[in-house]
Ligand binder design. Structure first.
Ligand code: NAD
Ligand code: GLY
Length: 373
């Protein structure tokens, strides 16, 4: 259970939260207009040089503003193609090529400007280049501001499985400028809400209740509602990451809905379904299986399905992914232990648990019923 207590809406002023990891602790700054504020970056830049990693969509929107705040540094940049399908080793190599072409040493700091794809790849490059250099996350999607920029999971996909190649490498700082969300397409905003709902379902029932109340405001991009949801999500994530940085226990709960979701993403071809859309369906399927196991009340499943739907997300998986394929894909999961599938399921809203105690027939039934509708 989260220790966060009731929700109070924060307003839109600058907020700072901290991820408490001893010597590797770092701040998360959340606020309107942070992108070009040098004070947010300066203390976290290792040397005099920066390599900004962004993509073809985000760079034309925000690269100049970012560079304007960092004029005191020597800046290079590498602009990647946009899309989950480019979250692979070949594209990652373009970051190494740029670092080497520019003869960057270990004192270069990578700045990841973009959504979760850019952040995961830039972070992985930072983890590997010359055995590890500093990086700063500047997330520009809701999903990245509430989840992927925090916690140090970095990596790329493999055709056989999502995020299968990667490293834990914490950023020096996370700078979430909420103004960047103004240009985010509605579909991407909805995808980010899936990860927000996830926190409420895992361990923060007051947040789930608040989301039921404020989901329309979030979709309408109400600044106060968004700032509150981002801060509360980051508080949830920071608490879990501080307790279990390398996922030896509690952190696995952050994968609620992801075993189902990753199967959808890999099975349909990366990028066809957005990560957050697949997670939204995964949240509903995890709840459906929990009801089948007799752990979760059917009324709670209804609340979860309704909230996911009200976020503007699909609640049913693609009909054309056969169930044998689901089971194959779900078997390639980082939570598999000694060949046994483990899933994050629910005893209630705000009460998630990791379990291997899954009746295979009930899992099969959950998938079959979901694809048959
Ligand atoms: P994304 O990075 O693909 O961004 C979504 C789209 O929005 C892209 O087309 C991007 O170019 C565009 N975009 C980004 N910012 C924009 C802006 N401000 N205005 C307009 N367009 C903008 O996707 P995502 O949803 O941010 O991240 C999904 C990825 O994150 C997945 O690969 C997932 O595996 C990963 N992830 C990682 C973690 C982690 O802990 N590391 C957690 C959750 C998800
Ligand atoms: N998004 C899962 C994690 O950070 O652990």
């Amino acid at each position: 259970m989260s220790t966060l207590g009731p929700i109070s809406e924060a307003g839109t002023g600058r907020q700072q939260l901290d991820v408490d990891l001893g010597a590797r602790s770092y701040p998360i700054f959340i606020g309107d207009g942070l992108l070009s504020d040098p004070a947010c970056y300066r203390p976290y830049i290792a040397g005099e040089r920066l390599m900004i990693v962004s993509n073809e969509t985000v760079a034309p929107l925000y690269l100049d503003a970012l560079r304007s705040g960092l004029a005191a540094f020597e800046i290079d940049q590498v602009i990647l193609p946009d899309g989950e399908r480019f979250k692979d080793l070949a594209t990652l190599n373009r970051i190494f090529d740029a670092l080497l072409e520019r003869r960057c040493g270990r004192d270069v700091t990578i700045v990841a400007l973009g959504g979760g794809v850019v952040g995961d790849m830039a972070g992985f490059a930072a983890a590997c280049y010359q055995r590890g250099i500093a990086f700063i996350q500047v997330p520009t999607t809701l999903l990245a501001q509430v989840d992927s920029s925090v916690g140090g999971k970095t990596g790329v996909n493999h055709p056989a499985g999502k995020n299968m190649i990667g490293a834990f490498h914490q950023p020096r700082a996370v700078i979430a400028d909420t103004a960047t969300l103004a240009t985010l397409p509605d579909r991407e905003l909805a995808a980010g809400l899936a990860e927000v709902v996830k926190y409420g379902m895992i361990s923060d029932r007051p947040f789930f209740d608040w989301l039921e109340d404020r989901v329309a405001a979030l979709r309408a991009r109400d600044a106060t509602a968004l700032a509150t949801a981002i801060a509360r999500s980051c508080q949830n994530k920071a608490e879990i990451v501080a307790a279990d940085e390398r996922e030896s226990g509690q952190r696995a709960l952050l994968n609620l809905g992801h075993s189902f979701g990753h199967a959808i993403e890999a099975g349909t071809g990366y990028g066809t379904w957005l990560h957050g859309e697949a997670v939204g369906v995964g949240l509903v399927m995890a709840a459906q299986l929990s009801v089948r196991l007799g752990w979760l009340a059917a009324t709670d499943l209804d609340r979860i399905r309704n909230l996911v739907e009200r976020c503007g997300l699909p609640t049913e998986p693609p009909a054309d992914l056969p169930s044998e394929r689901w089971l194959e894909l779900m078997a390639v999961d980082k939570k598999v232990q000694r060949g046994r599938l483990r899933l994050v399921l629910l005893k209630g809203i705000g009460e998630a648990l990791l379990t291997a105690d899954i009746e295979p027939a009930l899992l099969q039934e959950t998938i079959d019923q979901a694809i048959r509708r």
